[in-house]
Design a protein around this ligand. Structure first.
Ligand SMILES: [Zn+2]
Length: 516
């Protein structure tokens, strides 16, 4: 973890909610869902050993005991950190800290009253091929130093690993998880890492296995190379596969994910916990995090941020600071922007506009667009979790036409029966030659008068819509027409593109409205 190893677990909301603010009933008692939007959720993780609950989505700053860029007590008092993560294996092997950790406990060693998660040395194992501790020993050590959430030694299989090797490493990871169940870990919660490289079926299987154990938190592991390589589409594939194997009540940690640019996307896919070594590692070589990517301090003339660091300094004055001081200040900015982004994400979930936030963030980098489009590919899964009513739907780009609200409305159209024999679906006004007139509203399609004021049909749309909006509306028309074989339909459109007109069912009369 400290070195950017992924530890993950992600939670998904599984049933359609009757209302956006319905409370979820968890089966794993440590995790309670409070609110949701898409597959994103606000939850509460109860950490019994620390005697605290942590609100999720949460960020766990990584503490390297030997290199504390920002003291844990400062993370708590100035940044509001409720949870952090450190490496149990580094402490285990440290002449400086091992005995103190055992005698004082981590909370005192770090002067931190929140929850402390520990990693096990899996990263060191994958880097150096061996470590000098067994699975049971490192779990007991984590318990003995007062870790609140410990981790067994799993095998973090990197992306693109051949299937056979992935399967064989997964078998080892699974046996370690099963062994962890029989170790006396007391009140300490235990991570059940989900591996499987970039093989979606193996990830899903690994998740189902992990969920079937008595372990508590579910890190999706070994995704750091995907994030570092801007492979966000594959990252979302991996998360989705893991979520398919987990129940809604499983807290999911995207292990090693600490860049604020992808928080909104990963939360919308159902991740609950993130850990950041990035805030300190990036600061060490002069990198400045933003929600749109990473800048180099040397390239900046202005700070696009109003955190305390960026209001008290200019890029020039920060460059002139001594190395240690500059590193600390950059790390502080990096943390401020990360925590602020998580608050922004949580507020978006509360307001029901997480998709709008993801869509804005996706515009920061083409790879994020791919991640967002991959997320929308599984609109059935998103729809299952998405509240049926929210405050507003903003149509922001062609991608908005693929949001779960649109496909859910199309499903609804296929269950609507239309009164009358001749019905006009009109982009303009009524026409008395028809028994009934429904409005045409891209991207949704036909809207019966009774629903015209209900979400999401009240969507705010630009006047200059894209082709995808009209094509989606045509799909909506098809669903309604198929469901009402005895009704004669006419579509009165206003400058619909040919692709949308071609997608209308054959038996629909098509009229073009004039310019009156
Ligand atoms: Zn700043």
């Amino acid at each position: 973890m400290l070195d950017g190893v992924p530890t993950d677990s992600a939670i998904g909301i599984q049933s359609a909610y009757p209302s956006p603010h319905r409370r979820f009933v968890p089966m794993r008692e440590i995790f309670e869902l409070r609110d949701g939007d898409g597959a994103g959720r606000i939850g509460e993780l109860t950490v019994p050993r620390a005697g605290v609950t942590v609100e999720t989505p949460a960020l766990l700053p990584v503490i390297n005991p030997h290199l504390r860029t920002i003291e844990p007590a400062t993370l708590e008092s100035e940044f509001g950190a409720e949870i952090l993560i450190t490496n149990g294996y580094i402490l285990y092997g440290s002449d400086q800290f091992r005995d103190r950790a055992l005698s004082e406990g981590l909370a005192e060693l770090f002067d931190f009253s929140g929850a402390i998660m520990t990693d096990s040395g899996s990263f060191q194992l994958s880097e150096y091929g061996e470590i000098s501790v067994t699975n049971a020993e490192i779990l007991r050590f984590q318990r003995d130093i007062g870790s609140d959430i410990g981790t067994p030694i799993d095998i973090p299989t990197p992306p693109d690993t051949a299937r056979e090797r992935t399967k064989s490493e997964l078998k080892t990871t699974q046996s370690r998880l099963e062994a962890a169940e029989s170790v006396d870990t007391g009140e300490m919660l235990v991570n059940a890492p989900i591996q499987g490289s970039t093989h979606a079926d193996l990830r899903e299987e690994a998740a189902a296995h992990a969920y079937g154990t008595s372990l508590d938190v579910f890190p999706v592991g070994a995704v750091v190379p995907l994030m570092n390589g801007y492979r966000y589409a594959e990252m979302i594939e991996v998360v989705r596969a893991a979520k398919r194997g987990l129940g809604t009540d499983a807290p999911v940690h995207l292990f090693g994910a600490g860049h604020p640019m992808m928080f909104a996307l990963a939360v919308a896919a159902g991740c609950d916990l993130f850990d950041s070594a990035a805030y300190a590692l990036y600061a060490r070589d002069g990198r400045y995090l933003t929600v749109a990517g990473t800048d180099h301090l040397e390239d900046l003339d202005y700070f696009p941020c109003s955190c305390p660091v960026c209001t008290e300094h200019t890029p020039t004055t920060l460059r002139e600071c001594a190395d240690d001081r500059r590193e600390e200040l950059l790390a502080r900015h990096n943390l401020h922007v990360s925590y602020r982004e998580l608050r922004t994400v949580k507020q978006a979930i509360r307001e029901g506009n997480l998709f709008e936030l993801v869509e804005r963030r996706a515009r920061g980098h083409p790879a994020m667009v791919d991640g967002y489009r991959t997320l929308l590919d599984d609109s059935a899964a998103l729809e299952r979790h998405d509240p049926v009513s929210k405050a507003a739907f903003f149509y922001l780009s062609a991608d908005s036409a693929r949001r779960p609200e649109v496909s859910r409305y199309h499903d609804r159209l296929s269950r609507l029966s239309v009164p009358g024999e001749r019905v006009l679906l009109s982009a303009g006004g009524d026409n008395s030659r028809f028994d009934e007139t429904w409005r045409l509203r891209p991207p949704f399609g036909p809207v019966p008068p009774a629903l015209s004021d209900s979400y999401p049909l009240t969507a705010e749309r630009p006047d200059r819509l894209d082709r995808e909006a009209y094509e989606a509306a045509a799909r909506g028309v098809s669903r309604l027409v198929e469901a009402n074989p005895d009704v004669q339909f006419a579509v009165a459109h206003w400058r619909w593109p040919d692709a949308a007109l071609d997608a209308l069912p054959e038996r629909v009369d098509v009229l073009e409205l004039g310019e009156e």
